[in-house]
Ligand binder design. Structure first.
Ligand SMILES: Cc1cc2nc3c(=O)[nH]c(=O)nc-3n(C[C@H](O)[C@H](O)[C@H](O)COP(=O)(O)O)c2cc1C
Length: 220
């Protein structure tokens, strides 16, 4: 698979087979992702992989917090609003997803159900958490995004599925305590990783994109 095929065929996977990924395969994903570029080669990424009973306990804790009505307090808060172009794309996604899967993320009851699925890492055998020091600037957040994409593309090239999950960071403080990560780190992203369940209806829905002409201006 070349780079272009890898980028254009990757998609978020939300249904996984339960079987664990061999540690050497997971290790290769990080061995490759660490070659991502970063500002002054500062490499502002810290990774925690959670599996087995530890992951199950983390899932239980997050679902318990949700059910007890704890308000989410992610280190990177959800935007209060979106500019018109981005909001239109979100509306488009939600409309298409509701039509294709019946999952309407404008319905609070469905969002709650979706959060539980997120906290369960969609049945994946492993969860990945990405952290960096909270004092780092927006440039480092940018760098960690590049790292996340490298990680997802490498996983895809090796037949693994991933999904990046802002929802998995809802209870950042509790997650850091649970994982033994200092409070001085910011939790940027959670991801599920494992072998895609090809039978899962969740994996049949494919998102689309705005056209190149909508996003690129050519000046001479
Ligand atoms: C920063 C970020 C946060 C996301 N958070 C979630 C999430 O909490 N739950 C989820 O199921 N998908 C989440 N996604 C996945 C997006 O919905 C998905 O990438 C987007 O709809 C494009 O679809 P694709 O990944 O299949 O190409 C997130 C993606 C990114 C990049």
């Amino acid at each position: 698979m070349d780079a272009i095929e890898c980028i254009t065929t990757r998609m978020s996977i939300r249904g996984f087979r339960p079987d664990a990924v061999p540690t050497e395969v997971l290790r290769e994903v990080f061995d490759v992702a660490r070659w991502s570029p970063s500002y002054k080669n500062s490499q502002p990424w810290e990774v925690v992989v959670v599996s087995g009973e530890k992951k199950a306990a983390l899932t239980r804790e997050m679902i318990e917090l949700l059910e007890n009505g704890y308000a989410p307090s992610p280190d990177l808060p959800e935007p209060a609003g979106w500019p018109a172009a981005e909001q239109a794309r979100i509306d488009h996604l939600f409309r298409r997803r509701a039509e294709a899967t019946g999952i309407d993320l404008k319905d609070p009851a469905i969002v709650r159900k979706a959060k539980k699925a997120n906290f369960s890492f969609y049945g994946a055998p492993h969860a990945i958490y990405l952290f960096q020091d909270s004092s780092l600037s927006l440039w480092s957040l940018f760098d960690l995004g590049l790292f996340a994409q490298s990680l997802m593309l490498t996983a895809h090239a090796r037949g693994l599925g991933t999904v990046p999950q802002a929802f998995a960071t809802d209870y950042a403080r509790e997650i850091k305590e649970f994982l033994g990560i200092p409070a001085t780190r910011r939790l940027v992203l959670g991801l599920s990783i494992g072998y895609p369940d090809k039978e899962s209806p969740a994996n049949r829905f494919r998102t689309d994109r705005a056209t190149t002409d909508e996003i690129v201006r050519w000046l001479e």
